[in-house]
Design a protein around this ligand. Structure first.
Ligand code: FEO
Length: 396
């Protein structure tokens, strides 16, 4: 399968409509994904990235059917994660002479995954690969976007930035370009991708964008490794990343909770009503963590200025759905957000304290010690929860 992008650059990747989970079971892909691989055919023929392992044979067979396999002069491995490097073993089994260009960390990661003694050529920022016809690929190391080995490649002449994971989305489409797809769907997948994958690396995102912008390079296309290719106002996604990388928040509150016998759910609903009535401009979103998609919940946390997290007390701790999401939230290292905890209890009532500690460890600013209600909330407890929600709205 080949899609021509310019007279000498083609997409030769795999669109995966079947994918529902990514990174093991950690990331939901409601709209599938794609593993974008590109081939540049100037005087030299160069492959940029490959596809996920299950599609390795199909991918290399396609290269052969297109007459590209025998023509290739080099493969650029911008990132060693299996969704992009998965077809390298099959490719190099059939073309063992092919040089592999990657960063020094790329060699470590690729050897770590595949244990192959391939013809590695280490590149660093500013190094070039001459394509012929007056064009070249210029490499830019981009550590932690998404792994230590990641890099971008910029093609002069055609002005294409091959950005690998950065600026991508898990979004299957046969339309290939950003201007041809539903914009709400596209941006919803972009922000989910940033929130769930790139948030902890925001400082590096900002610094890398500033570095690339300072080069004043023309950019006709940003060809990512997942989802659509940005060709219409391609730097719009770069501007969005700059916004998202700087402690992003909207006038939004997310309430995350789980419940055993509906008591903590009643507190969540009551607090949501109180916040909405106290601050009508604020969007309030609730996620019952044992039922909601956890990545959608994380995206709402990313968009929020404050969160409330609730669980009843169980075994002096909290429900596992809440604990699991708090572990994920901790890893994402959100900044500049406020928070508090709540929950029902029957006798010991540790849950708000446990959650508060987790929130503090995760970098949230606690606005108070939280709220708890004994047994199932009665009329008075519901009134107190309402007052608590109103006070929370005033503090954020
Ligand atoms: Fe799409 Fe970090 O791999």
């Amino acid at each position: 399968m080949r899609k021509t992008l310019t007279p000498t650059v083609s997409w030769v990747g795999k669109t995966d409509w079947e994918l529902t989970r990514f990174h093991g079971d950690e990331y939901s892909t409601h709209k599938g994904s794609s593993y974008n691989s590109y081939v540049v055919e100037e005087e030299k023929t160069v492959l940029i990235d490959t596809v996920w392992l299950p599609y390795a044979k199909e991918f290399v067979d396609n290269l052969e059917a297109e007459g590209l396999l025998a023509k290739l002069d080099a493969v650029i491995a911008q990132h060693a994660e299996i969704d992009h490097s998965g077809a390298l073993p099959e490719l190099l089994r059939r073309r063992p002479d092919l040089p592999v260009y990657c960063t020094a960390n790329g060699v470590k990661s690729l050897k770590g995954h595949y244990h192959g003694n391939w013809d590695f050529h280490v590149v660093k920022t500013g190094d070039e690969y001459a394509l012929g016809n007056g064009k070249k690929l210029v490499f830019v190391e981009a550590p932690m976007l998404h792994w230590p080995d990641s890099m971008f490649s910029y093609m002069t002449g055609d002005a294409i930035l091959f950005s690998n994971d950065a600026f991508g989305q898990h979004y299957a489409s046969e339309r290939y370009y950003n201007d041809l797809v539903d914009q709400d769907e596209l941006y919803s997948e972009c922000i989910k991708y940033y929130a769930n994958i790139l948030t902890p690396f925001s400082a590096l995102v900002k610094a890398k964008i500033e570095q690339v912008l300072s080069l004043n390079l023309p950019v006709a296309m940003i060809a990512t490794s997942h989802g659509v290719i940005w060709r219409d106002n391609p730097t719009q996604i770069v501007q969005k990343y700059m916004e998202w990388a700087q402690d992003y928040k909207e006038d939004r509150v997310t309430i995350l909770y789980d419940t055993m016998w509906q008591g903590t759910r009643i507190l969540a609903d009551t607090m949501a009503k109180a916040i909405s009535e106290a601050s009508p401009s604020t969007t309030v979103v609730l996620h019952c963590l044992s039922k909601s998609d956890k990545n959608d919940a994380i995206t709402d946390v990313f968009r929020s200025k404050a969160i409330l997290v609730g669980s009843p007390t169980i075994g002096k701790g909290i429900l596992t759905a809440v604990a699991g999401s708090m572990e994920q939230i901790k890893g994402l290292r959100f900044k500049g957000k406020k928070a508090a905890a709540f929950g029902c209890y029957g006798w010991s009532g540790e849950s708000p304290k446990v959650i508060s500690e987790l929130l503090k460890d995760s970098g949230f600013e606690l606005v108070d010690d939280g709220f708890k209600a004994l047994w199932n909330p009665d009329k008075d407890a519901i009134a107190s929860a309402y007052e608590y929600g109103k006070a929370f709205a005033a503090k954020i």
